[in-house]
Design a protein around this ligand. Sequence first.
Ligand code: GDP
Length: 453
Amino acid sequence: MIQTIAAIATPAAAGGISVIRISGEDAFLVADRVFRARNGKLLLGRNGYTATYGDIYFHNEKIDEAIATVFNAPHSYTGENVVELSCHGGLYLTQEVLRAVLENGARMAEPGEFTKRAFLNGKINLSQAESVMELISAQGKEALRAANAQLSGALSKQISSVKEELLKLAAHLSAWVDYPEEEIPEVDEDEILSSTGNALMKLEHLLSQFDTGKLIREGIDTVIVGKPNVGKSTLMNLLSRCERSIVTDIAGTTRDIVEETVRLGDLILRVSDTAGIRETTDTVEQIGISLAKQRMEQAALVLAVFDGSTKWSSEDEMILSAGEQTSVAVINKSDLPIITDAERIAQVFEHVVVLSANDPSSLNVLEREIRLALNLSGVDPFAPMLLNERQRICTQRAASSLKQVICEVKNGMTFDAVTVLIEDAIDALMEITGEKVTDAVVDSVFSNFCVGK
Ligand code: GDP
């Protein structure tokens, strides 16, 4: 039996309003036991999408005033009967309302169970359910756009079109192999190669965009390096617009790594400001420097900062190794006369900006250069995009089956063996959308959700 479930759908914090969501066949019955409408009518039998003013009772005591919003199956988020009780946003109060609901016939929802029911009831497919999570965790405009595009079905449509093409081919091949006596037109190798090649191209394009999509969604793992006093902390503060790092003009003041997620225009940067890299005998500082070097190697982007107002030094020379990675050289202190060796920097770094970390307008210049360095300029956030490792692995599996098809057809493999490979690819694609997926996979997808979603 599918039970009626309930959870607090709003964050566990005091606020203006909190919402307790109840979903399942008995949602109205449960709600009617705790909610008394001021007009004396029951919620059961009300039209969907209507709101009713009333009071919440727990053990016969009124505990709050609330609005009950009613959704009739299948026209709700979960596809089931749903009541949402909007009460005052007190932390204890909200928990009491939930307790009242749970004592009156609902059970506590598991993490992601509302969205899981939406999936099981065919309201959304699995990749769309995953984009709900992306939508909630989006931290920047492009991440939000990408999540919305996938929720609207950009990825599902692309996957379905590839799947349809392969299904047509597999059906033709099976018919031809299984009913040789029928007058089924012969399948020629060119047809297999062209259909498979076309499908493979679309999948490979999705795979090639995965890392870029990840940068947009999860933020760019960025590290700021440079010798002491070039303005790394000032740049970090400009990015985060607060005094997080300690800015002083005594060399070697930033010894630990300061990490912060900042928004640069439409991009999200997860920035670490590191100890200045230089030769030193101070052991604590040496630890900081070796940490900085390690972080630099792991980062997706290095911002290598140079002080434009001082002469080139052997310490600057040490920073040039950053040029081997995806990086932008920042020649800082452009408000002062530039006397550093800008040519030397330009020889090593493909991307160089001259700016002042004291000037907020520098942020635009920096964003533009970072986009160029990471090839983000041409990225369309509305395009189909793989959102997570699960989707990537399935796509990879489908692509490698198709590669094998192409290889085997060229080697003269029998068509029934080729059909098996095409069917493997179709299965992998159906796992992305959840059309063919094990309970274990479904459970693991939804276990990453928060309670109440
Ligand atoms: P860090 O050691 O690399 O983190 O350098 P800091 O951010 O602590 O900066 C060192 C000094 O340079 C401080 O006195 C800053 O105020 C100064 N500074 C940083 N950026 C600029 C800039 O764009 N122009 C000028 N004139 N001074 C700056």
